[in-house]
Design a protein around this ligand. Structure first.
Ligand SMILES: [Zn+2]
Length: 64
């Protein structure tokens, strides 16, 4: 009977350690990506997808 309780606790522990880190990694600050606001369309785009022009960031769509 005790073995069943141990297995049950182990399953809870495994679920806890597998699911909780996924929720924490959803934060943008943890992924290392930084977002900037496009000065033309006011849309937040990734820094790598934007271009710095006259001190303002412009997204790819506005550069077309
Ligand atoms: Zn834009």
């Amino acid at each position: 009977m005790i073995a069943k309780v141990i297995i049950f606790v182990l399953i809870i522990a495994i679920i806890y350690f597998l699911i909780i880190p996924k929720f924490k990694s959803k934060k943008p600050s943890d992924s290392g990506e930084s977002f900037v606001e496009c000065s033309k369309c006011d849309t937040f785009v990734e820094l790598k997808d934007s271009t710095l022009r006259n001190g303002k960031y412009i997204c790819k769509e506005c550069l077309k």
